[in-house]
Write a protein that binds this ligand. Structure first.
Ligand code: ADP
Ligand code: GLC
Length: 491
């Protein structure tokens, strides 16, 4: 430890995904950026991930640096660098758990892999083993930073050891809890003392997430507003009581966005542009419309949605609002994948309005960049949003967002009002209430502002582009939280 600063020197960052090795959503972005930002603040950081087939096939060399047998299986630790960085990544290699094609979490039928409890319990056992320096690597972290339910058993397991490092558990999404039937509990080699409502039991089920919430020294979420919201029945997903109980240890830190999301340098764009030279944005709009086979109409707004097609993101609210949005008139592009019913509904809309609606089903990182750059208005009517990254990307790309006032959306977008226009703080349109009628009003408001380019829209775009959403800022906040966690643990 740096005694003069009380900062942890060695940090083990555990996650189930990290860009660019593997990504299904925002957790991947965060885990691919935050550890790198911490390293640039002179911390000795190791990122630990499951060795999915997709990662093992990724270009770049890895070397086996340790192997050991855990109650749930034999594990090799392979070390490689995170592409484009000097950050060391430790891969927990257990072929029966992770060497399979497809998504980390879901099988081809779209349902969770049937052995997810065993897979992530093994991952947690391996992380705990590394955290206690039992793998012969002569590297013991001062703090283990765990993320989401897939790492939830780590703080629980470490709590059994006196010489353990400090633990921080970050909740990226309370709605995903890693709940499994009671019958699995005995197969995971966990001590019986954990089978209690004060530990891992959640109304007769095994909860991985509770392992993090109950046992970590500190808990945080990815925005200050979400940290408050989850203490209420409305957003608490059944855990609000427990979170209120631990509220003294709970805080919120906003995510940042990676430097590769920068319209001035983004190699995926048709033309780069910036605050000083914004002209190129128009070229990106034209190119995007052509790519999507929509007629190039520069005088009507192009709106965009990028994200998982699930209830959280308010895609159903947007679908209900869509006929009126199309009539404004507007063009709308969707990029996403998720529940089949939403994919089908979107495809039908695109068929009915071939000149106005374009739908791309699937995961396409490059297209997401081109959409952020080419669209005029970004739509995020999420029912809840722990942080949300797209509204930050869109501000950076001069594409003001229309967002529901929840979680990180409330914390990162400033509504356009006469007052915020006057003082130059407006960056988007914020609405209250997850309903299509309210969304339509908000979209109309954005369209009116868009119509007044010079007077209203351009100042809004510029203010968004000026925001500091850097990871460096968030990483400094994490360092401060790590410092407090270590101080408290030292007693
Ligand atoms: P969440 O993690 O809840 O899905 P975030 O807004 O935090 O939401 O992050 C989502 C990330 O995943 C963003 O980087 C977004 O661009 C990306 N993303 C989501 N869906 C797609 C898709 N279909 N194609 C490309 N990128 C996507
Ligand atoms: C989750 C949340 C999202 C957040 C992301 C990264 O997936 O849904 O709001 O931005 O994690 O923290």
């Amino acid at each position: 430890m740096d005694t003069n600063e009380n900062l942890p020197r060695k940090i083990l960052f555990a996650s189930s995904e990290a860009y660019p090795l593997i990504k299904t959503g925002g957790l991947g972005d965060v885990s691919g950026s935050l550890p790198v930002a911490l390293k640039s603040l002179h911390r000795d950081v190791r990122l630990v991930l499951p060795a999915y087939r997709e990662i093992l096939n990724h270009k770049g060399k890895s070397v086996t640096i340790a192997q050991f047998t855990l109650p749930l299986g034999h594990v090799k630790i392979k070390e490689r660098l995170l592409p484009g960085t000097r950050l060391k990544v430790w891969l927990v290699d257990c072929p029966s758990c992770f060497d399979r094609s497809g998504s980390p979490y879901l099988g081809e039928n779209g349902l969770p892999w049937p052995d997810n409890a065993e897979r992530y319990a093994l991952f947690c056992q391996a992380v705990s083993h590394l955290a206690l320096d039992k793998a012969g690597l002569e590297w013991q972290p001062d703090l283990v930073h765990c993320n989401d339910w897939q790492t939830g058993l780590v703080p629980a397991q470490l709590s059994l050891s006196e010489s353990r490092p400090a633990t921080l558990f970050t909740i990226h999404n309370l709605a995903y809890q890693g709940l499994f039937p009671e019958t699995l509990f005995s197969t995971l080699n966990l001590p019986w003392s954990f089978w209690s409502p004060h530990a891992l039991e959640y109304y007769g089920q095994l909860s991985f997430l509770k392992g993090g919430i109950v046992f970590a020294d500190r808990i945080n979420t990815v925005s200050p507003t979400y940290a408050e919201e989850i203490q209420t029945p409305q957003f608490g997903c059944g855990l609000d009581g427990l979170l209120r109980h631990r509220k003294d240890k709970l805080s919120g830190i906003l995510n940042g966005i990676d430097k590769n999301w920068n319209p001035a340098q983004d190699p995926l764009l048709t033309k780069n542009y910036s605050l000083r030279e914004p002209g190129g944005k128009k070229d990106n709009k034209k190119a995007l419309l052509r790519e999507l086979h929509l007629p190039v109409k520069m005088n009507i707004p192009l709106m965009a949605f990028v994200g998982r097609l699930v209830e959280q993101k308010g895609i159903d609210i947007l679908l209900t609002a869509l006929p009126e949005i199309v009539d404004l008139p507007a063009q709308v592009v969707f990029l996403g994948s998720g529940e089949k019913r939403y994919e089908q509904a979107l495809r039908q809309f695109a068929k009915r309005h071939p000149e106005q609606i374009a739908v791309q089903i699937g995961f396409d990182e490059a297209l997401a960049h081109r959409i952020e750059a080419g669209a005029d208005i970004f739509l995020m009517p999420s029912r809840f949003e722990p942080c949300g990254l797209n509204q930050m990307y869109s501000q950076r790309y001069g594409t003001p967002p229309v967002v529901h006032r929840v979680g990180g959306l409330a914390d990162t977008v400033t509504d356009t009002t006469p007052a915020t226009l006057r003082d130059g703080t407006a960056t988007g349109v914020v609405f209250d209430g997850a309903e299509s009628t309210v969304l339509i009003e908000a979209v109309k408001r954005a369209t009116l502002l868009y119509g007044q380019q010079k007077q209203y829209w351009q100042p809004l775009q510029r203010q968004g582009m000026r925001q500091d959403f850097s990871w460096r800022r968030s990483a400094k906040n994490y360092l401060e939280l790590y410092r407090q966690t270590l101080l408290e643990r030292a007693g």
